[in-house]
Design a binder for this molecule. Structure first.
Ligand code: NDP
Length: 333
């Protein structure tokens, strides 16, 4: 079996030289265990944060959709597809726990004809991040103005579309014209801006003259400072991610401008979250998301990279904004 390790601790944005692909012997499968082969791998921004705790030479963490080649447990039939938090490896021997932990392992639910790779994106953890983060923390109501950052990415593109389903005016920020066109023409966003080329305050004044009620934040940093300054009374902010700082030097304090006066005066609710908070409602989320996709209410785009050996470049591309929608890697034998 093959695995990909972090050869040495990343310094800033990861480079191809920081990774190494290695062969490793596979354990013989025991009672209660399964042997799986990866079909789709996920690469995600969080891996950059988790990498800080890895030792040189350790396997990169990551989830995958895998086919069960052999099974010695009745709980997981041979031939079935599973979502596993197995790391960057192609073959895995794994012992499923008695209680399902949706963060680590589950047998895929019925996809009703949708591509199985969606279970790594909109019909999986990514979709639940958008669904629960937005609906539970931002409480979007009909007529609310919702701002989304990294809005053409995996999470952001789903957030914006759920915002439309809930009757919000949706304003999305992303980093290329191709992304803006997709958001505006296919996803139904009301206003789209390229945060790299515009003045964020002016864009918000233009698109949200009455102010912002909900902000779903994927990027953090200075961008977020500007959105926070444009929040309405009792505005709700869901802090989902801060990708703009993931490659920054962790030994230095991370400073962003803060306007406390505005937060207090506007009585803004700011809440950070990790999607596993809703693990007891996991299936409720992904069933709803799957049905919205089937009903045509959620458009899904994937950026597909072919070849296990290309996982490092796929991962690095997240920080350059090369992906539209969810980036996934198709495993190759
Ligand atoms: P995306 O598909 O959105 O990919 C990342 C995108 O971020 C890029 O395409 C790029 O788009 C944008 N980006 C990269 N660098 C910067 C930067 N310096 N400033 C602004 N934008 C940047 O990834 P995901 O949808 O998987 O993740 C989005 C966010 O959600 C991440 O912060 C992630 O950590 C977080 N997350 C949090 C979870 C939770 O439980 N809290 C669960 C899952 C994800 P562009 O071209 O627009 O710059």
């Amino acid at each position: 079996s093959r695995k990909i390790v972090m050869k040495k601790q990343f310094n800033g944005t990861p480079t191809l030289e920081d990774f190494e692909i290695l062969e490793e012997p596979l354990n013989v499968i025991q009672d209660g265990e399964i042997l799986t082969q990866a079909e789709w791998h996920s690469v995600d921004p969080y891996m950059r944060m988790v990498s800080v705790g890895l030792k040189d030479g350790e396997i990169m963490p990551g989830r995958q959709i895998a086919r069960v080649l052999q099974s010695k447990t009745t709980a997981v039939p041979e031939g079935s597809l599973v979502m596993g938090n197995f790391g960057w490896r192609d073959l895995t021997v794994y012992k499923p726990e008695a209680d399902v932990n949706y963060d680590n392992f589950y047998v895929l639910q019925e996809m009703k004809g949708l591509p199985e790779s969606f279970a790594l994106g909109a019909v999986g953890r990514i979709g639940n991040t958008a669904f629960f983060g937005l609906t539970e923390l931002c409480s979007p109501k009909e007529g609310d103005t919702l701002v989304v950052s990294a809005a053409a990415g995996a999470v952001g593109s789903v957030v914006g579309q759920i915002g439309k389903i809930k009757g919000c005016k949706v304003i999305g920020f992303a980093g290329s014209d191709e992304k803006l066109n997709w958001m505006k023409n296919d996803l139904g966003f009301d206003h789209v801006f390229n945060y790299k080329t515009i003045n964020i305050d002016e864009a918000l004044k233009l698109a949200a003259p009455q102010g912002v009620d909900c902000y779903f934040d994927n990027v953090g940093g200075e961008f977020t400072y500007h959105v926070m300054n444009n929040m309405n009374l009792y505005g709700r902010i869901a802090l989902c991610g801060a990708i703009s700082s993931y490659n920054s030097d962790k030994s230095k304090p991370y400073t962003i401008p803060v306007n406390y006066h505005n937060w207090i005066y506007k009585q803004i609710k700011i809440e950070a979250f990790v999607v596993t908070r809703w693990k007891s409602r996991w299936l409720e989320g992904i069933t709803q998301l799957r049905d919205w996709v089937l009903e045509g209410k959620l458009q899904i785009k994937e950026t597909v990279v072919v070849g296990f050996e290309n996982m490092p470049s796929a991962f690095i591309s997240l920080f350059k904004g090369d992906n539209i929608g969810k980036i996934i890697v198709k495993s190759s034998p």
